[in-house]
Design a protein around this ligand. Sequence first.
Ligand SMILES: C[S@@+](CC[C@H](N)C(=O)[O-])C[C@H]1O[C@@H](n2cnc3c(N)ncnc32)[C@H](O)[C@@H]1O
Length: 283
Amino acid sequence: MSRPLLRDARREAVERLRAVSETPALDADLLLCAALGVERAFLLAHLDDPLAEAAAAQFEAWLARAAVGEPVAYILGVRGFYDREFIVTPDVLIPRPETELLLEQALAWAEDHPVRLAADIGTGSGALAVTFAAHVPSAQVVAVDISPAALAVAQANTARHGVSERITFLHGDLLAPLLERGLPPNLIMANLPYIPSSDLPALAVTGHEPSLALDGGPDGLDLVRRLLAQAVDLCQPGALLLLEIGAGQGEAALAAVRAIWPAAEAAVLPDYAGHDRIVRVVV
Ligand SMILES: C[S@@+](CC[C@H](N)C(=O)[O-])C[C@H]1O[C@@H](n2cnc3c(N)ncnc32)[C@H](O)[C@@H]1O
């Protein structure tokens, strides 16, 4: 029996993933590349090659899982973020491209402001903490999460990217571990859970990603407000806070900032789709 061409295997996979994925072509390619052990550029240049039998069996097994909605990042155990690859497990949120905007803001700030201590609050896989540490070799970084399982994944990513010496992991609630130790960061990055609780049941991610990483309370901003209330006792004037928020949450998030720091320089930055995405505050 003749073996299918990569082109046909790929097309069929895209059709099977269309109902469960917003990026079926990318997901099909990630699975096919992993099954073949090749980069995407190689795959695209060899679409008229036949699909080898061993790779076909692995591809089909993974595709069957993805076709019922299991995220490809969990199936493969890795996800790209900014300029590197992170280990991900179902204990952590799969890093999203929108969060790269927050990282870019932090890196731009670090170009002309000395960052003594950066904090990544709700570190999950460690994507923000690790990437920031890798790009700003002069900075010390503290990464906090309330989930010990997430901290274990972040620690593995820290070792993988060779920045273990400059990242300290603390278990606890938002800024509480820094308050307890008297450690004031002059940069805070936080992608905290911000999905309103009532929106969760209808979302595809629910059931796969940890609810601890998603549920932001009644209007989605419970954790952001609590973090701001803690930050007022911790941050020195001139510190930068970068908080990821959901579409439509900008006004409420800015009101929460102004209730604490009426005179702070605060703005909501949009993502590439034009949605509210980052609250940027210089206190
Ligand atoms: C939306 S995920 C973000 C993960 C990662 N920073 C990223 O951008 O991919 C939120 C993270 O916050 C953590 N978290 C939830 N509540 C927390 C709390 N009260 N204190 C510290 N971390 C918390 C969750 O365990 C989860 O890892």
